[in-house]
Design a protein around this ligand. Sequence first.
Ligand SMILES: [Zn+2]
Length: 252
Amino acid sequence: MKKAMLVAVVTGSVLAMHAGLAGANDKAAPHWSYDGKTAPAHWSELDEANSACKLSKEQSPIDIIDSATKKAALPALEFKYAGGAAEVINNGHTIQVNLPAGSSLKAGDFEANLLQFHFHTPSEEKINGKNYPMVAHFVHKTVDGKLAVVAVLFKTGKENTALAPVFAALPQEGKPTPLASFDPAGVIPANHAYYKFAGSLTTPPCSDGVRWQVLKEPVELSKAQVAAFHNLYKMNARPVQPLNGRVVEVSE
Ligand SMILES: [Zn+2]
């Protein structure tokens, strides 16, 4: 039993590493958090590897101001997601759902494999100065190692049945919950209109070069689902970062 659990934990951290989030799960990496002495304002001081948190000019998240976006003929997003055996983990910073191989995102010539998704509360992204109660980040990686994130914003409303198995699990740290079958496609809204910009990981080491796509249409979560997440994480959102001249494109 103990051994099986260890294997599961190792599997989870390998997946996270593939997602470019090695620092978050590496036991040797220094502690970071969302408040106190290891809060976002101090991330760059915690480890040399986190220098991008301070020095990069294309950090995420950002505040997307509609009047400052640029309409563009962006390629349609194709979510080639499929169901399969998944695993819900609590990595000490968020709840993350690790997904099996076989799902991918396509946008014109761009294609990347879906690795995992995880949550932040409130939404890290702001739209016209306002946060949503939560957001999910779907993390994809191309065969040559580039990351692409799709953000799905959540407003409160009806229970989200696609996410019900995840919210039923919400494990404590070190106790991954296997899901026999989970289909991430159920979380994606019908309307795929989106904002696109160049950004970064929103957690240490804040590596940039991440292709960001924020879906405009929010999906619903019940108040009970948001409350269940808040029982584990009250706040796990990095503050918005300066645009530094970046232009946010919006699909026509
Ligand atoms: Zn995230």
